[in-house]
Design a protein around this ligand. Structure first.
Ligand SMILES: Cc1ncc(COP(=O)(O)O)c(C=O)c1O
Length: 449
């Protein structure tokens, strides 16, 4: 149903921009204004309500930001189909394996046996006096000091959230509006791609090579403009590639003085072997860096730090005060302890070396069997296969779980892949490599005479 300016005006009591937005939102919610319904011209409604056109267009902006309407210039303003902004089911969720396996390499998670022992740090944290209540700092001062020392550039502001996933979610809500153009690595992290889709972003993929985002690809993408770019500086999930300083500097130079926000997701943190480089070294005012402790210290600590320009990091913390408020300072204490206790530091160093050994053994064994892999950092291997479905099914039949490569990509892949979390590989590498090699190969063709 489409309402005239007079009919719509009759439904609006509060004539502020927020009040108009609320009234129209209510009419969309109860389907009085269904998908495709045209809203009256701004000027006509402003006249009926006796307000300035700026007030009505302010209301339209709020509704557009909420994904309820779309303003299409001369074509007018129409109500969107809620199904278009429906966010379920997440199309890129890594599916459950569907059959029991002996070796699950589909998870992307760390080996629990390689995490540092939490017991001593938990026991010490139980004895300290923690800040009292709701008015105290969100970040434990002791942890903030440790974080600032390890940060790859001097951040104006730093805060702590519940993991890198939480940081990505909060930064997407802060930065992305419906229609915002954003740049991401392709292939990239599936939940980020789903978050951006759910926020209504126009997502542009950046090509990768052995050192991360290809400068040529960034240059091309920048021609269309963008508000933000998401990158993983090292151990990129899924490809395992890492950026070195000359590449980071080149990308920073291409971004120049633009205010495009770079969000860096260092999800592997202390288990990565590559040196951490950040575009923040060249663009401290427009780079937000996320440092996760899930892979190195345990996913259940649920802690990551976010540091960068105060205008972004403080906006994130301020918004969070309305909800969760802060991340458990008890767990922050445990993390500060783990980051400074020599035996925990040694355990993380040993885990990093073990992951590197497991990864290299897998790369070597696969390469001698003719299987191509990309990257060399973190816990995952990006394995080229002839056919995803066949490769997954073949591995599953051998009792091995792997993640489907296409969920990591924006477009259908030109080369099919699987992601194998080889950081969890404690058993026999040759047997796994044999199974992967036979799964990766094209099906045998029957020879006809
Ligand atoms: C690229 C990337 N970002 C974020 C996350 C989530 O990290 P966290 O456990 O710190 O929330 C992961 C987890 O694997 C990841 O691979």
């Amino acid at each position: 149903m489409t309402l005239s300016a007079e009919e719509l005006g009759a439904q609006i009591e509060d004539r502020t921009a927020a009040g108009i937005a609320r009234a129209v939102g209510r009419l969309v919610g109860d389907s009085t204004l269904g998908p495709g319904a045209r809203l009256p011209p701004v000027r006509s409604l402003a006249e009926v309500l006796g307000v300035s056109p700026m007030t009505v267009s302010g209301a339209w902006k709020v509704l557009a930001a909420d994904g309820l309407i779309s303003t299409r210039g001369r074509a007018g303003t129409v109500v969107l189909d809620p199904a278009c902004s429906a966010t379920h089911p997440w199309p890129r969720r890594i599916a459950a394996l569907g059959a029991p396996v002996n070796l699950d390499l589909s998870t992307g998670g760390p080996d629990p046996a390689l995490l540092p022992d939490l017991a001593p740090a938990l026991s010490r944290a139980g004895r300290v006096e923690l800040p009292d209540g709701y008015q105290s700092d969100a970040v434990l001062p002791r942890l903030e000091r440790v974080l600032r020392k390890r940060w790859p550039f001097p951040p104006e502001s730093i805060t702590v959230v519940d993991g890198a996933g939480d940081a990505l979610d909060r930064l997407v809500s802060l930065v992305v509006r419906r229609g915002s153009r954003v740049l991401v690595e392709d292939p990239g992290y599936p939940p980020l791609l789903d978050l951006l889709d759910a926020a209504g972003a126009e997502v542009v993929g950046l090509e990768l090579d052995g050192e991360g985002v290809r400068p040529e690809s960034l240059k091309q993408a920048l021609e269309g403009g963008a508000v933000a770019m998401w990158v993983q500086p090292r151990a990129q999930n899924p490809t395992g590639v890492s950026m070195r300083a000359p590449r980071a500097e080149e990308l920073a130079r291409l971004l120049g003085g633009s205010d495009l926000l770079v969000v860096e997701d260092d999800h592997s943190g202390d288990i990565a072997t590559s040196e951490l480089v950040s575009l923040g070294r060249w663009r401290p005012g427009a780079t937000v860096h996320i440092s996760s402790f899930s892979k190195s210290h345990g996913p259940d600590l649920r802690l990551a730090a976010v540091g960068g320009p105060a205008r972004v990091v403080n906006a994130l913390s301020e918004r969070r005060l309305l909800g969760a408020g802060w991340s458990s300072r008890l767990l922050q204490h445990v993390l500060a302890d783990l980051l400074t206790d020599p035996s925990a530091v040694a355990a993380v160093r040993a885990a990093r070396a073990t992951y590197a050994r497991r990864r290299r053994a897998a790369i070597r064994a696969l390469s001698t069997r003719g299987v191509r892999t990309t990257g060399d950092d973190g816990i995952n291997l990006w394995v080229e296969v002839a056919d995803e479905d066949r490769a997954l099914a073949t591995l599953l039949a051998a009792g091995i779980g792997a993640a489907r490569g296409s969920v990591f990509g924006l477009a259908p892949p030109t080369t099919p892949h699987l992601r194998l979390t080889v950081g969890r590989l404690t058993g026999e590498v040759p047997a796994l490599a044999d199974a992967v090699a036979s799964a990766a190969a094209p099906p045998l063709r029957r020879v006809t005479r």
